[in-house]
Design a protein around this ligand. Sequence first.
Ligand code: ADP
Ligand code: MG
Length: 726
Amino acid sequence: MKLPVCGEEQVIMEAIRNNTVVVICGETGSGKTTQVPQFLYEAGWSHPDSDNPGLIAITQPRRVAAVSMAKRVGYELNLPESVVSHQIRYDVTTSEKTRIKFMTDGVLLRELSQDLLLTKYSVIIIDEAHERNLNTDILIGVVSRVLKLRAELSREDRAKIKPLRVVIMSATLRVSDFTENSTLFTKPPPVISVNARQYPVSIHFNKRTPEDHVAEAFKKVSKIHDRLPEGGILIFLTGQNEIQHLCKLLREKYPSLPPKAALEERKRIRQAAELELKRDAAIPGEESDSDDSDSDLGFDEEELVSTKDGKWEYIYKCEYGKFTYTISYAAPLHVLPLYSSLPTEAQLRVFQPPPEGTRLCVIATNVAETSVTIPGIRYVVDCGKAKERRYDIKTGVQSFEVDWTSKASAGQRAGRAGRTGPGHCYRLYSSAVFDHDFEQFSTPEISRMPIEGVVLNMKSMGIDNVVNFPFPTPPERQTLSKAEKLLGYLGAIDTDVKHITPVGQAMANLPVTPRFAKMLVIGNQQDCLPFVIAIVAALSTEIAKARRRLMRKKYFESQIKHAGLDRSSDILKLLNVVGAYEYAGATAEFCEENFLRSKAMEEIRKLRWQLTNLMAALFENVDVWVDPKMLPPTKRQIKFLKQVITAGFIDSVAIRKDVIENGGQGGTRFKNARGVAYKLMWSEEEAFIHPGSILYSQEPPIALVYNELFKGATKTCFKGVTAIDT
Ligand code: ADP
Ligand code: MG
């Protein structure tokens, strides 16, 4: 009830009743995500007998948020997950009883391709719109059209189809791309801003910007924990590896339980003090029972008041009174990681109060920037960077890069320290770097990302002219036509009229990128579909363990082993790995011995099942099941699989440079691929086979397809190479 957004309930509900589109802006933590769906629910929306019987949908850019917010709202409304449900890729709790549905925006986009009118829903809440995610942007564009259609149809026959409402929610006031964009919404939608009480946050910049922000974060957290009063610490780092590393360092330094000696000391101090208190409190003549058991020495009667100079001060209460005492030991730090690929239960732990007497310390990616609010944070440590997917529009090279975030993001991060009281934000970079190297706002994702999957999805919704689509920020025409071109090569769209083909339509039903979808769609020949499914599942997951140099030789041996008979494709090697893993009983030991991440292998397994079920459900003529003891492919099948792979990567072909220069004839003989240059098709770029490929140590093929192009410091390399039989 105390959440700022609750004070605006009337205003919000009235605006939603009177307008088809409403924009709500409010600081992170003000209650938008958890409360607005409840306002609608309590006002009768989604009730079968009401005027708005359709479901209440809330979209989230992140899976973590969709799941945790559904759980939270279900808890607040005291309703089971069959009523307040979530749907993310491969995880659904919806039922016939569902009234409120949290989902990722990708899921809703996919639903749109099945039902352009979104007839199931009465209101769509698009959350985290300030993030300017690609999916969110597309959704807003499509939904602006759906609104018009639903309005027209309901004017014709309101009994049959009801109008749709849209609520766009943002953590910042920067919403002009939505409100002042007349191609999107002809009439500017009303903007409701929720005034959240934000306590002051003192910002502290580092004097110098360190090279290693993880080490710097470790130092900073140690200082805060040793010297500053209680309050949770939230640390922003860029990714899983950094987070796990810092978790380890902090857990080593500050064990989650106090050291034994400190516990003993505490017990001794308390017993002595208790005796004294007891003596003072004793009523003359009354028996004093001296039960010396330490069962009452739990943390629960104790209150941590403040910490100074590495000492922890407690108030201890017992039945004879209370006293304060100080102990100097490194107090326990309750260290928790938070990133998207963490299992849901582990993610939800950050919302629980830490064990008493310990300090909460959450190490997160930018998921904690605005999507989820962690209670009790008073200190924020911000490395100032974030990992972003980058995409080279010319060459198609894709990479994850760590770079400075924007000033707006840094402001959001700092704000996390001021939710429950005044706080502090420690920025691990200098104010000069902030002033000069930080952009004002992050660039909308649509201006940075490959969008062939989304373009295919848009095509399957009947949006042929993607160039004129009402994007909040229209992407460059070049990006759009590149996506169309790839879809044309894959046979997903007609190259003349740019309309989706039957193959494309089949592909659009599959929750994988268009090239994988193509492989699945054409893979149902010569009993090869189970192999293709396993390949796609493996390609969607990063399975190799980071390995040290020393391990190299052994690693290569295991690689060769997995390549089995065929050594002409890294992707077929992957298939063998998946097969061997299942054959060995899918054990963690197998992964350990073969340098595989067991979590990734489990993920592949899950994906194989899901894709198999999906293929069987989607295509009538498909008869597949998951065979745990899948036999390796035959020679004929290998040949076919390589054709399937080539079809999927048809735009990623490379030819040996020496052969091209020789007019297509023989070329030089090489013992291995070291230094052998390839020319990329449809580009002037040159690249080399990566030393990690099984094709590296043999005569390099004349033509190949590659799965990934990686830009190294000195040269560009192929990864996931398959030789084309010439
Ligand atoms: P917004 O969407 O405006 O950022 P939310 O609705 O997500 O705000 O959060 C409102 C409040 O509810 C926050 O103070 C947050 O701490 C609390 N909250 C959200 N999820 C949980 C949860 N799973 N457990 C405990 N508190 C939560
Ligand atoms: Mg929110």
